[in-house]
Design a protein around this ligand. Sequence first.
Ligand SMILES: *Cc1c(COP(=O)(O)O)cnc(C)c1O
Length: 386
Amino acid sequence: MIQKFIPFALPDIGEEEISAVSETLRSLWVTTGPKTREFEHEFVNYLGGNLEAISVNSATAGLHLALEACGIKSGDEVIIPTLTFTATAEVIRYLGANPIFIDCDPQTLNIDIDQIEAKITHSTRAIIPVHFAGLACDMPKILAIAKKYNLRVIEDAAHTLPSKFNNVMIGQHNSDAVVYSFYATKTITTGEGGMIVTKNSEIAKRCRIMRLHGISRDAFDRYTSTAPSWYYEVVAPGYKYNLTDIASTLGLCQLAKANKFHQRRTQMAKKYQESLKDLPIKLPPVVANTATDIHSWHLFVINLLPEAKINRDKFIARMSEKGIGTSVHFIPLHMQPYWKNEYNLQDTDFPHATKNYAGSVSLPLYTKLSDTDHDYIIATIRQILN
Ligand SMILES: *Cc1c(COP(=O)(O)O)cnc(C)c1O
C-alpha cells in the first residue's frame, strides 16, 4: 500500500479562482491591466484604506523597490533580523548596501529591538523588521528608534495577512513601506506576487516608475498633456516587476476569502496548542493581548526541548516516515555560507537564533488540511515524543 503523504503546505485554490482566471484569459488582457488596479484597490480596502498600493511580481521585488525609493545606495547600512528568509537581506545587496544582522528576541522570535540602537552607525539608513510567522513586531517601539536616528522603516510583511499590533493592522503603522508576499505557501497566493503599501506618495510614485522600466506616466496623466498615446519618457533604468492580470484575478478571489482562511488557521493553531502543550516542546509565541493584537498564523513553529530525547533532524525524518511534511523557518542568515563569510558572522554573536535553530520545526498549517489529517499529525507527534 502506498502511504498518503501530507505535504507541509498547499495553496487553497477553488472553483471561484479557476473560473475567474479563465474569464481573464478569455478577455485576452493577460498582463497588468484592470484586474491589477482592482486588486490594488481591494487590498487597500482590506487593510482599512488611506494607503497607496503598488502590486509587484514578488515580495522580493517589492522590498527592492521600497529600498530604492527610500534612497538606499552603495555603502549604506540596513538593519535586519538574522532570523528571516534570504530575500530580506539580498535586496540590500542589490543596491550595494550592507545588511547589519541582529539576533532574535527569544520570546517573540522577532528582531530584538533592544539591540538595534547599539548597531546604528553614521552609515545606517533603514530598518527592515520581519513579522516572524505572522506575530507582529512592536512597531511603535521600532518607529520611535527610527525617528530618533532619522532612519527609514520598511516592513517585511510577507507573513502578516492579517496581523495586528496595538489594534492597528500591519500596513497601517506609518512605516515608509510595508511589503506583502503572495508566494504559493503564504496566507493568500497569486502563484508569485507581492504588494507594497505606503502612505508616502513620493515613495509610491517612485515604486510605480521603477516597477516598469523607469517609465514616467506623468506625460499621460496630466490633464494638460498634449502628448500622443504612443509617447512615454524613461526617467531611470527601472525594473520589470509588474504583476499580471492573471495573477491579480487569483489575488482578488483569495483576498475575498482571507478572513475565512484566517479563521481556519486560528482554529488549527489553537488545536495544536491545546493538544501539544504537555509535550517536551516549546510552543510558538502568541500575541501579548488578544483584545488588540492578531496573529496571522502563517506558520506554526515548535521547538524541541532538550528533554525531548530526539533531535530536530531525527524528528523531521520520523515525521516524514509517517507521511508528514514539515519544514524549518528559517536557517538563520548568519549560518548561511554567503552571509556568514561575506560579513564574518559568528554563531556566538547570535545566541538566541542559533539555539532556536537547533530545535525548530514548522508543522503543517493550511486551510486545505483536513481535520482528519490534522488529528493524524497531532497523534503522530505525540507518539514520537512520548
Ligand atoms: C516568502 C518571504 C519573502 C519573499 O517573498 P517572495 O514573494 O517569494 O519574493 C520575503 N521575506 C520573508 C520573511 C518571506 O517569508
